[in-house]
Design a protein around this ligand. Structure first.
Ligand code: GLN
Ligand code: ZN
Length: 778
């Protein structure tokens, strides 16, 4: 064969290092142990290793500027000088201190997330706001714009890193976040400000960067515009047209690979194909069905980057099947007009499966992390370039692994499937409507008006964390660890009683993480040792891998609940994580629909709920912190998601008697656009985060005429500050304008695991005092 090999690209790689080297370098710099030069050197070493790794694994289109010390959106804000006044930048090169102040606030203490998965602001000069990057669990720093915002080229990072690679012998394709996605992700303090109106000011800076890249020899630049998979209004479409026309006009010889990922182009397809760019990247993992339409409609000269390897998940591909799917488009367009890539940057998967030495060998043979995905791309490239015989073994091994996974008894449990089949509508319906349940619950529980409670966790102190890690290392025996935890629990229960809380919790000291704790006890989940992915900045998570049918071999929380309840006559809530949250914070199977996997988890949680009830629990809380996070990127897919998400909640909660009170908790939520689903969940009590919005989030409940009980958070647990009694009575007064008194509970915004006892004690004492004051006056 004389055809050349189809190029392979990664679009971006994880930056954290196989041993979390970036975290170590950042943290020692932040703590003052090392200097700026040390941090920069560590970063350069990581970049060089990334380039070398890609080269060694046969990647031919290696990216540059995909590295970041903290976040690529923050890098973009800095690149274009979108640096709010308060960070003290006065032009010139942006100092690292300014960069990290935007990332973490200026008092040097890293933002501690209240929930292990979600970020929070700090005191002092605040960090920029942080939020989730599309539907991933990566968080970016939200760009902040003001009306009339000026931009200027303030960082040459993209050019510097291109040159750095070149000096090391790598010709790279630099990556930039596209101007439209950047503007759309940004916010302004000015209400209703249209960030796209800044495009005219922004474009010259982009053109300047591109010009410098071209001048330094870059032939191609990858511009990421994941906004192309969102619902776009005509103004946004127009802005895209203007942007790429200006770039083409200014730099007619520079080739742009426009990357759209995380979904289908769908109604933006014609637009994407009409832009004057040299290449278009497609996500064919999320949206394989768009390939035919694109192949047909794309103009002949357009290079298609085929994102056929899943960049968001950890599964090994079935390569012969992928080859079959892509063969036609390759034949039609020619090997020089296609490229092979993951569906999106490899940022969202762990680095190297080979580091995992304890995984079940079968499971391991079904997985691919970033390095393995590079190998897969090269096999695909050979197979599709007419060099199939060279990769015959690899293709066969891939097909064999896929076949084994399809039939493995480690994955498929007929009993689980049968149970899903046997689910009836009755199993997902509580016996009586809320009004009747509330009545019997009131009689059983005999709570005061405005009952007080907390969300579940108490401080995970350094002693708790040390005991856990000593136990994991084998330095602390099972017995010693258990008695340590019992002691912590008992102390927390006694203290809650002492300060006069009405509904108690056990404190969750035994839990490492609200998802992992359950995953470790359910069959069908596996855990890695080194499978870290960046959540934000230097905060990485190791998501559980949901690989098989889920079952609950034994009760998971009943003993802890029983012990804690035995210490008090006050009601103590059973505390569970809900199926949607477990699902959304895991790597999920790709061989069954998400909704089916969720239903399996729901049945396991249902069993736990029923066991708690049988053990005597009068109240059971099922946290669905990540319910909103799971919303699809496209509006019209929301309904389907919410339908199964709510159905799963019902499945968990409907096996109990009317007199058992079901609580749920959600944080970081806006409720306006999902209030119907929240209402449909029909939890007896929902606690939500409302203190920072001064109860405005309750408006959604008011206009919905939400009938059930609500605990709107009166204490912002993201801040170490202890709220005064009057602040909390004020917030309750605001809640009372929006809800009926009989609906209202009094509780903090979220769990207290990231706080210190020194903060928690006075805050909750004040909260109880606030409740008493309100009752006395009511
Ligand atoms: N019960 C959990 C806790 O208190 C809930 C955490 C969360 O909502 N993220 O920590
Ligand atoms: Zn919460």
């Amino acid at each position: 064969m004389t055809t050349s090999l189809i190029p392979t690209a990664t679009l971006g790689t994880p930056r954290i290092g196989p041993r979390r080297e970036l975290k170590a370098a950042l943290e020692s710099y932040w703590s003052g142990k090392t200097r700026e030069a040390d941090l920069l050197e560590a970063a350069a070493t990581l970049r060089a290793a990334n380039w070398a790794r890609q080269k060694a694994h046969g990647i031919t289109i290696i990216p540059s500027n995909d590295f970041s010390l903290y976040d690529q959106v923050l890098d973009t804000s800095v690149m274009v000088g979108a640096i709010p006044e308060l960070y003290g930048w006065r032009g010139g090169k942006v100092p690292l201190a300014v960069y990290f102040a935007m990332a973490r606030g200026a008092d040097g203490a890293q933002a501690e997330p209240a929930c292990s998965h979600a970020p929070a602001p700090v005191q002092g000069v605040p960090a920029q706001e942080m939020t989730k990057w599309f539907d991933t669990n990566y968080h970016y720093m939200v760009p902040e714009f003001m009306p009339g915002q000026r931009f200027e080229l303030a960082s040459l990072k993209a050019v510097d890193e291109y040159r750095e690679a070149k000096a090391l012998g790598y010709e790279t394709r630099p990556v930039l976040l596209g101007p439209i996605t950047f503007l759309k992700l940004g916010k302004s303090k000015e209400p209703d400000f249209d960030t796209l109106s800044l495009l005219g000011n922004l474009l010259p800076v982009y053109v300047d960067v591109l010009r410098r890249l071209a001048a330094n020899g870059a032939e191609w630049v990858q511009i990421d515009e994941p906004c192309l998979v969102l619902d776009l209004d005509p103004a946004a479409r127009d802005a895209l047209r203007r942007t790429y026309a200006s770039i083409a006009h200014a730099l007619p010889n520079l080739k742009i690979m426009l990357a759209a990922y995380f979904g289908a182009l769908d109604d933006n397809l014609e637009l994407a194909l009409s832009l004057p760019v040299a290449g278009l990247h497609l996500d064919l993992a999320r949206a394989p069905e768009q390939l035919d339409a694109v192949a047909e409609k794309a103009r002949p000269g357009l290079v298609l980057s085929l994102g056929a390897i899943d960049g968001r998940n950890v599964w090994r591909a079935n390569l012969p099947a992928v080859v079959e799917r892509l063969r036609k488009v390759v034949a039609k367009r020619g090997t020089d007009h296609v490229q092979l890539a993951p569906s999106c940057s490899l940022l969202h998967v762990p680095i190297d499966l080979e580091l995992e030495t304890d995984l079940d060998p079968d499971l391991k043979s079904w997985l691919a992390f970033s390095v393995q995905k590079m190998d897969e791309l090269c096999v695909l490239s050979a197979a599709l370039s007419g060099d199939e015989t060279r990769v015959k073994d690899a293709l066969e091994a891939s097909a064999a692994a896929a076949a084994a996974r399809r039939t493995s008894p480690k994955v498929h449990h007929p009993a689980v499937a049968a149970r899903i089949e046997a689910v009836t509508a009755e199993m997902a319906t509580r016996k009586s409507a809320f009004a009747a349940r509330a009545e019997v619950q009131r009689r059983r529980l005999d709570l005061p008006a405005f009952p007080t409670t907390t969300i579940g966790s108490f401080p995970q102190t350094s002693e708790v964390r040390k005991a856990r890690s000593d136990h994991a290392k084998g330095a602390l025996s099972d017995d010693a660890y258990a008695s340590f935890l019992r002691e912590e629990t008992a102390r927390a229960v006694r203290w809650q009683e002492e300060i006069g809380l009405d509904v108690l919790v056990h404190g969750e000291f035994e839990r490492n993480d609200m998802v992992q704790y359950f995953g470790e006890q359910l069959s069908g989940f596996a855990f890695t040792r080194h499978g870290w992915v960046q959540s934000y900045g230097s905060r990485y998570v190791r998501p559980p891998i949901l690989f098989g049918d889920v079952a609950r071999p034994a009760p998971m929380t009943v003993e802890w609940w029983r012990y804690a309840q035995s210490l008090t006559t006050k009601p103590l809530k059973g505390m569970l994580t809900g199926p949607v949250t477990i699902l959304n914070w895991s790597f999920v199977r790709d061989d069954i629909p998400r909704g089916t996997a969720c239903r399996q988890i729901a049945l396991a949680i249902r069993d736990e709920v029923q066991d708690l009830e049988a053990a005597g629990a009068a109240m059971i809380q099922i946290d669905e912190a990540a319910l909103r996070e799971g919303l699809p990127l496209r509006r019209r897919q929301w309904g389907e998601y919410l339908q199964w998400a709510v159905a799963c909640f019902h499945l968990c909660t409907s096996g109990v008697a009317d007199e058992t009170q079901i609580h749920t908790h959600m944080c970081y939520s806006e409720f306006n656009d999902i209030i119907d689903a929240i209402g449909a969940m029909d939890a007896d009590v929902i606690s939500i985060e409302t203190s920072r919005s001064k109860m405005e989030l309750l408006d959604a409940f008011t206009s919905y005429k939400y009938p059930n009980e609500i605990g709107p958070g009166v204490y912002d647990i993201h801040s170490p500050r202890v709220p005064a009694v009057s602040e909390m009575t004020d917030l309750v007064a605001r809640a009372r304008q929006r809800l009926d008194d009989s609906q209202i509970w009094i509780n903090p915004d979220c769990g207290l695991k990231t706080r210190r006892w020194e903060e928690v004690r006075p805050a909750l004492v004040n909260m109880v005092a606030a409740a008493r004051e309100i009752r006395a006056a009511a």
